[in-house]
Design a protein around this ligand. Structure first.
Ligand SMILES: C[S@@+](CC[C@H](N)C(=O)[O-])C[C@H]1O[C@@H](n2cnc3c(N)ncnc32)[C@H](O)[C@@H]1O
Length: 257
């Protein structure tokens, strides 16, 4: 799946920074590439504000076999995207539409079939494999569909020692980037996220936030006394080289500053 902003390609470098943990919290799940590829924690609490993300994962959890059968029977064609796009969808159809858009269309926009996707059968097989792995992993997970503020503030941890067993990985939309879901992600959102994460930190929790390097982010990281590490240089859609970085309360060598 090619969900926009997916961390699949940088997972190896990124996950090298993940600390040991028993409780994994991911407030911006997206296409789930990090949850898919990382070692499964004992408890997993996942979230995304996007209803299609929520439907995709809950349908995998509750109707895996129906979903796999539907994928097998799919005749992939542009008219299918239009069919799903324009109809009032059930949750199951939402999950199917999510798969179709993010697997077969440009930038997950749901309009045009990617011409690079000739081998539809092998893409279907890969998608089914991914779904089967998610299915297994989701047995140890709960998934919610909330704004990150409501999500993170309402997680109940009964024993205060358990905060030390938590790791929170955040992959919000990049600050001031523009694409279909980031228009509402503002500077104030990032600040509110860091304030909440700092409250967790006071109780012993480690966290990582993914971002692209830019001056504003570095200033914010300094204000919040966070470490910044470069993960990888990546080519963005407009052919600019971006540095994929993380902001974290964890300590490692090779800090950017
Ligand atoms: C960069 S994507 C995550 C990509 C994911 N790491 C992956 O590999 O597929 C950011 C996600 O944040 C979600 N999001 C945006 N604003 C949010 C908010 N206020 N609360 C929770 N989730 C939000 C979007 O729906 C999107 O799925």
């Amino acid at each position: 799946m090619n969900y926009i902003g997916s961390k699949q390609k940088i997972f190896k470098e990124l996950s090298a920074y993940f600390p040991k943990h028993d409780i994994y919290i991911e407030p911006f799940l997206g296409g789930g590439s990090v949850f898919l590829l990382k070692d499964l924690a004992k408890y997993n609490i996942l979230n995304d504000i996007n209803g299609e993300v929520f439907d995709y994962f809950t349908i995998i959890k509750s109707k895996k076999y129906d979903l796999l059968k539907e994928i097998d029977e799919l005749i992939v064609h542009e008219s299918l995207f239009k069919y799903y796009k324009n109809k009032e969808r059930t949750r199951f159809e939402n999950a199917m539409y999510f798969i179709l858009k993010n697997t077969f269309t440009y930038l997950g926009a749901g309009d045009t079939l990617k011409i690079t996707n000739w081998d539809i059968q092998s893409i279907k097989e890969k998608t089914k494999e991914e779904i089967s792995i998610f299915y297994e992993k989701l047995q140890n997970a709960i998934i919610l569909n909330k704004d990150f503020r409501e999500f993170l503030k309402n997680i109940t941890i009964r024993n205060k020692n358990d905060y030390k067993r938590i790791f929170i990985y955040c992959d919000p939309p990049y600050l001031e980037s523009t694409n279909k879901y980031t228009e509402n992600w503002k500077h104030t959102d990032l600040i509110e996220l860091l304030n909440i994460l700092k409250d967790y930190q006071k109780k012993g929790t480690n966290f990582i936030v993914s971002e692209h390097e830019n001056e504003k982010i570095i200033d914010i990281a300094k204000d919040y006394n966070l470490n910044v590490y470069e993960i990888k240089k990546v080519n963005s859609m407009n052919k600019k080289i971006n540095k994929e970085i993380i902001l974290t309360n964890l300590n490692k060598v090779n800090k950017l500053f």
